[in-house]
Design a protein around this ligand. Structure first.
Ligand code: PLP
Length: 404
């Protein structure tokens, strides 16, 4: 194992304690960094109190820690202001929030454009919105190269299109979306753009203002932080124009017997007690990520991805799903071996201490477009090493032999 990967791996308690484990399922959940765990323990042990409610010093310390985490998330995304960050329970909750709050500003006949490559959490909320309001839901298809086919955008993006909501990076094929082309086309008809950043954030800080998008959603557990917390970013003026999604404590300006009025964002969208320690842990993970040498990490991830793809292509009959070149993708690699079920493959690999995901990956429309019902996925993270890719290729050789 190279010195860099070994020193990174040792910063993750679970990996440090299991040197023989090849964890290749970081697209599902990345391992949590020690700093995030430490920050949460410190918070719970020294500052545990509810936030934005108490006037005693302990509660004020909790407020401060929570708001500091918000400011860190804003820097991680290059947001305009900390108040543009809404803490949620994860990407799914962030996407549902937009489908309800922004969705409530839409009417029958308005169009929302998603893609066939979406995770179910950026698919089903829009189908439900269509049922509630009569919006039209249109789909960007998949191109032959495994990328979204943006050639038909002029027809798909008519004047009724109010929102384009697509994944920043596919959780199945690793394909990165051409955000610049999408945003330029959306702007021509005045449509807003939402990016589901769940898979992109693990590969470095993002620049929502540079990309000129309107909404960005992600989960803490996919970027080395804890589970149960996520982020929705949007422009201040857009958040201010949206009604709440969930209602209850903490999100009101006033409540009378007859009527309630709303707090300003972000509190308007944080009904109830938020995941406080988790937000603090996420802040620690994001702060750590912002200090990393990303150019070097991307080069290593790209090299490992290339090595994996080259090795996979030597397995007779194996079909690689999505872009073939590692340059067009994040290091998420899915494949199909006709006649072998992904669950069986993963079970055999588990015997070799290889942790991979097999199934439909919560992206059934994408798998249907790719012509498979299920596939096996290996995802590479910053703690992955060459030896683990070799172990995977050896394990697959063995799996093919015992399963055929
Ligand atoms: N979007 C994408 C692209 C994902 O890969 C995932 C999870 O795998 C999600 C959304 C949902 O994330 P979560 O389950 O953390 O809410």
């Amino acid at each position: 194992m190279s010195a860099t990967a070994a020193s990174l791996r040792n910063q993750f308690p679970l990996l440090a304690a299991a040197p023989d484990l090849h964890y290749l399922d970081s697209a599902a959940t990345a391992q949590i960094h020690r700093l995030a765990l430490d920050a949460m323990l410190h918070h719970e042990a020294t500052r545990r109190a509810n936030v934005l409610r108490g006037t005693y010093r302990l509660a004020e310390a909790a407020d401060l820690a929570y708001e500091q985490a918000r400011a860190i998330a804003a820097r991680f995304l290059n947001a305009g202001a900390a108040d543009e960050i809404v803490f949620t329970s994860g990407a799914t909750a962030s996407l549902n929030l937009v489908a309800h709050a922004f969705g409530n500003t839409l009417k029958a006949g308005d169009r929302v454009l998603i893609s066939v490559a979406e995770h179910h959490s950026n698919f089903v909320p829009w189908q439900m919105l269509r049922e509630r309001t009569g919006i039209e839901l249109a789909l960007i298809p998949l191109g032959a190269d495994g990328q979204l086919d943006l050639a038909g955008l002029p027809e798909l993006l008519d004047r009724n299109c109010r929102l384009v909501a697509v994944t920043h990076c596919s959780n199945v094929t690793g394909a990165m979306t051409d955000v610049a082309t999408l945003v330029a086309a959306a702007r021509r008809v005045g449509a807003r753009v939402l990016l589901d950043g769940a898979q992109a954030v693990q590969h470095g800080p993002q620049d929502v203002r540079g990309m000129d998008v309107d909404f960005y959603a992600f989960s803490g557990h996919k970027c080395f932080g804890p589970g149960g917390v996520g982020v929705l970013w949007s422009r201040g003026e857009l958040l201010a124009a949206m009604p709440p999604f969930l209602t209850g404590g903490g999100m009101i300006a006033s409540v009378t017997n007859e009527v309630a009025t709303w707090a300003e964002p972000p509190q308007r969208f944080e009904a109830g007690t938020p995941p406080i320690a988790q937000a603090v842990g996420l802040g620690a993970a994001l702060e750590w990520m912002m200090g990393l040498p990303w150019a070097r990490i991307h080069a290593t991830e790209g090299h490992l991805c290339e090595m994996l793809i080259t090795g996979l292509q030597c397995i007779p009959g194996l079909r690689l799903l999505g872009p073939q070149a590692s340059a067009q993708r994040a290091p998420i690699v899915s494949f199909d071996i006709p006649g072998l079920h992904p669950h069986d493959i993963c079970q055999v690999l588990d015997g070799h201490r290889l942790a991979l995901r097999g199934g439909h990956h919560c992206a059934q429309p994408l798998l249907a477009a790719l012509g498979v019902e299920a596939c096996t996925r290996a995802s590479i993270a910053l703690y992955t090493d060459e030896a683990e890719i070799e172990a995977l290729l050896d394990g697959l050789d063995y799996a093919v032999k015992v399963l055929t």
